[in-house]
Design a protein around this ligand. Structure first.
Ligand SMILES: Cc1ncc(COP(=O)(O)O)c(C=O)c1O
Length: 395
């Protein structure tokens, strides 16, 4: 920990600069957020229940009833494997900081949410990258993964459904990944931030149900529309959680009893919150698909199988970073440049929000792409993408 030198978190910096300025957000990776009023109505939380909260300290691993609710839904009922965290962000930090050491080999997806590799990089781990290639539909090649995983692999870090590409695994592929990890005894870190946002298959099970050294993270920030609640969790073997505690004692200690109450009620009635947001995201995905079919020559994509992010390549745009800045300044629309994920030809487009915002945001984006096309001239070539892929980029 002492020599941890973290690089800037590019996505967070982008959001800090532009999220609060934007009129329409089609860059974020969540669904439409809930208000406390909506939560109270939907979950039947009374004013009395809120009034009874006393702001005493909570427990290091989290409120027992909240842990039990998480365990029932995601950990086969095993409360001892659950810690409640300040978003999946804290969980990610605890996992990497307490389990990795300099020179450990860590296999990561590329691209990947930055926290999931930068902490390991800062510790001095040797990062191996499993590329998700646009021209292969971003599909992870598990044979390639198998060739990269060896006896020195300490940890395998994945995130499915995937931010930013929207790619996911089949149940058989998840089993295969677990087999690859167990063959060498590596930790399998499974960031399931978007776990319940699936359209074509049921959510994948927590890998910890099948493999002792699997560690999974979840959050109420994405599918549940509660990013400002800052509630996440991690499911891991009790001895691993004990290592987190030693770090947490210097970091966040525990969560607020008020947050824990709301989170417990949200998880106990998960479907009530999830169902309308998933329906809206599915409708939005169809709208986005129709919109993309009209962008021939300006943008190309891989249709996301799950989650609420797409990662189109902006074929008619010479400088995507500058384009995204202009899009906010001139059109009031937030998009995230692919440079935040080491793929500067692409942009992350979040389609989980309110349908009217997505529709208006895409209308404005479409106009901006046409303007860029008129001013830029010839289309970007396929070679440009390959150069971008080869660049010493993200992980
Ligand atoms: C893959 C992934 N993991 C974790 C997080 C962090 O989520 P939280 O808000 O729970 O800290 C994010 C946020 O974008 C994410 O995309």
């Amino acid at each position: 920990m002492s020599d941890l030198r973290l690089p800037p978190a590019l996505l967070e910096e982008w959001m800090r600069s532009y999220y609060f300025e934007a009129e329409i957000d089609i860059g974020s990776s969540g669904v439409e957020d809930y208000s406390l009023r909506e939560l109270r109505q939907l979950l039947g939380i009374s004013h009395d229940e809120l009034d009874e909260v006393v702001f005493h300290d909570s427990r290091t691993l989290g409120n027992p009833e909240l842990r039990a609710a998480i365990a029932r839904r995601w950990a086969g009922g095993d409360v001892d494997r659950v810690i409640v965290t300040h978003g999946a962000t804290e969980a990610n930090f605890l996992v990497m900081s307490s389990l990795l050491q300099r020179d450990d080999e860590v296999l990561v997806l590329d691209p990947l949410y930055q926290q999931l590799y930068s902490i390991a990089g800062s510790i001095g781990c040797k990062l191996e990258r499993l590329p998700l290639r646009f021209e292969h539909g971003f599909a992870p090649d598990l044979e390639e993964a198998g060739a990269l995983i060896g006896s020195r692999t300490r940890m395998i870090v994945v995130n499915f459904p995937h931010n930013p590409t929207g790619v996911t695994l089949t149940l058989e592929q998840q089993r295969e990944l677990i087999r690859l990890a167990s063959r060498v005894g590596a930790y399998l870190v499974w960031d399931a931030a978007f776990g319940e946002l699936t359209y074509e298959q049921p959510p994948l099970p927590s890998p910890g149900l099948l493999y002792e050294r699997a560690i999974s993270m979840g959050t109420l920030s994405k599918a549940y529309g509660l990013p400002g609640l800052r509630l996440g969790w991690c499911i891991a073997a009790p001895d691993v959680l004990a290592r987190f505690v030693r770090l947490r004692d210097y970091l966040t200690l525990h969560l607020s009893p008020l947050v824990e109450l709301v989170a417990r009620r949200a998880i106990e009635s998960a479907e009530v919150l999830l169902a309308p947001r998933l329906r809206q995201a599915a409708r939005n995905r169809q709208h986005l698909e129709q919109w993309m079919s009209r962008q021939e020559g300006r943008a190309s994509w891989v249709r996301p199988a799950a989650g609420v992010c797409a990662f189109p390549r902006l074929d008619g745009v010479a400088d995507v970073d500058a384009f995204c800045r202009r899009l906010i300044a001139d059109d009031g629309v937030l998009l995230v440049p692919g440079s935040c994920f080491g793929r500067p030809e692409h942009a992350r487009l979040g389609f989980g929000g309110a349908s009217r915002d997505l529709e208006e945001g895409l209308r404005r984006l479409g106009e901006a792409l046409r303007r860029a096309e008129r001013s830029a001239g010839p289309r970007r070539s396929a070679e440009a993408e390959n150069v971008a892929l080869d660049r010493a980029s993200a992980p």
